[in-house]
Design a binder for this molecule. Structure first.
Ligand code: S3P
Length: 448
């Protein structure tokens, strides 16, 4: 997102039943990786269904700055002529990653083993987020980084001229860190081994294998041990990006809480490392079904059907499920406000270092709307009921998922919910407002 986007205040008011078909955009995680691995292959990679949100466009611009030829062919079709593993050119200017943690962390990894220097920056949200989780492991390959205090952007990385392979245990559940290490390992000789104690989204591993890299995953007592053989020649691919379960979460959850709703959300990627929210909603008693289950491009896909579910109950979400629904806790907390009893969300410390402190951002707005929320360093509990008052002005804190969550909340509250700034929604779900309007939502932009 542009570092100086004009705030877009919005209001969401109670609406009639949400009905129809919600065609959500392509998967953000897979879109970033398609561009980055396309840029590291030799030859032309074709991508269809790319998410054209600001975060992914920032990755596309960055790949151009590193020397790849990236072309928008229209209608979500893109072409990437890659420069090969180790072939990145030195960018002429600062790489602006906007709001996107995935862009900066994956690209820092990808360039860390090339003999070039690059400087990264972002918006006010990204420049507050911790980067040591990437600069620590890339230092083991031989890269040097200099940033602001606390390991914050802006930051310059001097890539290793003679990288060595590493064996690294990722200290927190983070697919971005795992991916950064694997991408750095691509241009190191020998085998790079990454160990994760908890399984996080595995799109990088799947896509590296698809591009022809030698990569194996073994489940051991230590966790998932991922071994990558360095310096492969990546083969260009034709990639169809599945639709994003994290974006599908918003129309799904809206349908569950708005009386009379019945919404179909087709072609949603249901990779088990991403589908934790849908399991949780079903555990709560949601009327959510998978239709037409199938495999596409090696990923499980289904059409989701969500219907109004007045009898949902709060549950204790198993902490071991957290990584598979880490981006969905904000919208889950909205559903929890309409489910009877307590929804307990534990083992979710990582939520405090996302685009915003997501526990604090949601707890503050939900409380202002009359919902009881308790929270601690790595947990929060939302106490739900039949009705929610609403009527508050909530803050998005430059966080797309917080903004969309409050707009969904307002669809079912007694009083409308206002938002200070909906501009971050464009980072991941640029068609959110027209898509929700077509289903019947009442979201308006307010005078600034
Ligand atoms: C992502 C990983 C997750 C997630 C983010 C996308 C990815 O971040 O929150 O939205 O594409 O790898 P962490 O790796 O910090 O958990």
């Amino acid at each position: 997102m542009s570092s100086h986007a004009t705030p877009i205040p919005m209001t969401s008011a109670a609406c009639g039943p949400l009905t129809g078909v919600a065609d959500v955009p392509g998967d953000k995680s897979i879109s970033h990786r398609s561009l980055i691995l396309g840029a590291m292959a030799v030859g032309e990679t074709r991508i269809s269904g790319l998410l054209e949100g600001e975060d992914v466009l920032d990755t596309a611009a960055a790949m151009r700055a590193f020397g790849a030829e990236v072309t928008d062919l229209g209608h979500g079709n893109w072409s990437v002529h890659g420069v090969g593993v180790g072939g990145f050119a030195e960018p002429d200017w600062v790489i602006d990653c906007g709001n996107s943690g995935t862009s900066v962390r994956l690209i820092m990894g990808a360039m860390a083993t090339c003999p070039i220097t690059a400087t990264f920056s972002g918006d006010a949200s990204l420049n507050k987020r911790p980067m040591a989780r990437v600069t620590d492991p890339i230092a083991l390959f031989g890269a040097v980084s200099v940033g602001r205090s606390g390991g914050r952007l802006p930051m310059t990385i001097v890539g290793a001229a003679n990288p060595v392979p590493v064996r690294y245990t990722v200290p927190m559940p983070s697919a971005q860190v795992k991916s950064a290490v694997l991408l750095a390992g691509l241009n190191a000789p020998g085998q790079t081994v990454v160990i994760e104690k908890e399984a996080t989204r595995d799109h990088t591993e799947r896509m590296l294998a698809g591009f022809g890299a030698e990569i194996t995953t073994e489940v051991t007592e230590e966790g998932r041990v991922i071994t990558l053989t360095g310096q492969p020649e990546l083969q260009p691919q034709t990639i169809t990006v599945p639709r994003d379960p994290s974006s599908a979460a918003f129309p799904v959850c809206a349908a569950l809480i708005v009386p009379g709703s019945d919404v179909l959300i087709p072609n949603i990627g249901l990779n088990p490392t991403r589908a934790g929210l849908f399991i949780t909603l079903r555990d709560m008693g949601a009327d959510l079904t998978y239709e037409n289950e199938r495999l596409e491009g090696g990923e499980p896909v289904a059409d989701l059907r969500a219907r109004y579910s007045p009898d949902m109950k709060g549950i204790a979400v198993p902490p071991e499920r957290a990584a598979s629904m880490i981006d969905e806790y904000p919208i889950l907390s909205v559903v929890a406000a309409f489910a009877q009893g307590d929804t307990e969300m534990r083992g979710v410390k990582e939520l405090r270092v996302k685009e915003s402190d997501r526990i604090d951002a949601m707890a503050t707005g939900l409380r202002a709307c009359g919902v009881t929320v308790e929270d601690g360093p790595d947990w929060w509990v939302v106490t739900g009921g039949k009705t929610v008052e609403g009527g508050a002005r909530c803050a998005s804190h430059l966080d797309h998922r917080i903004a969309m969550s409050f707009m969904v909340l307002g669809m079912a509250t007694e009083q409308p919910v206002q938002l200070d700034d909906g501009s971050p929604i464009a980072t991941s779900f640029p068609i959110f407002e027209p898509l929700m309007a077509r289903l019947g939502a009442q979201i308006t932009r307010d005078p600034g």
